[in-house]
Unconditional design. Structure first.
Length: 169
């Protein structure tokens, strides 16, 4: 079998935040670099590059994944969602993002995108979480600024608001 050179590029086509995209990536290009440098999605941050800190978390086919541990070529045909795709429409924040703003659940903001992507998934799967369960879940994310208290408050607030029936128009 012939070996691919490091310069060989492959076309990768997938859905990004609900829209079809296609671009070329080298075989060893990480999804973090592909999103940030090739597609301009700079909300996905590069932290530890070992999958430990969670700053690079995105959703692949609806499930949180560490973009620093995923090769760009692995997402062919997948549905990828980044923090830029959390809002219901451009310029509007999601319920979870609004809760983070309301509770001052971010300071430097470096970890925030990854935490939001994980919590978005978690709150859909667990609409009525307890604080202990949220603490356990957030154990996969490192935040050096907030002490996690406002993040927990925001997550609990968002969960409560998401359970409420929508207001009548």
């Amino acid at each position: 079998m012939p070996r691919l050179s490091a310069e060989a590029r492959h076309r990768v086509a997938f859905q990004l935040n609900g829209r079809p995209v296609a671009a070329e990536a080298e075989p060893r290009m990480l999804l973090t670099d592909f999103l940030r440098h090739t597609l301009g999605m700079t909300g996905t941050h590069v932290g530890c590059e070992h999958g430990v800190c969670g700053a690079c978390t995105v959703q692949i086919d609806g499930v949180p994944a560490r973009a620093c541990l995923t090769l760009a070529v692995q997402i062919e045909g997948a549905q990828v969602r980044t923090v830029e795709g959390l809002g219901p429409e451009p310029g509007r924040l999601s319920v979870l993002q609004e809760a983070f703003r309301r509770h001052h659940a971010l300071q430097c903001g470096f970890c925030t995108a990854g935490i939001l992507m994980s919590l978005d998934y978690y709150l859909r799967a667990n609409p009525d979480p307890g604080e202990a369960a949220l603490r356990e879940f957030l154990g996969g994310h490192l935040c050096r600024c907030t002490g996690y208290v406002p993040i927990l408050a925001a997550a609990l607030d968002a969960a409560r608001r998401l359970r409420e029936p929508p207001p009548h128009a």
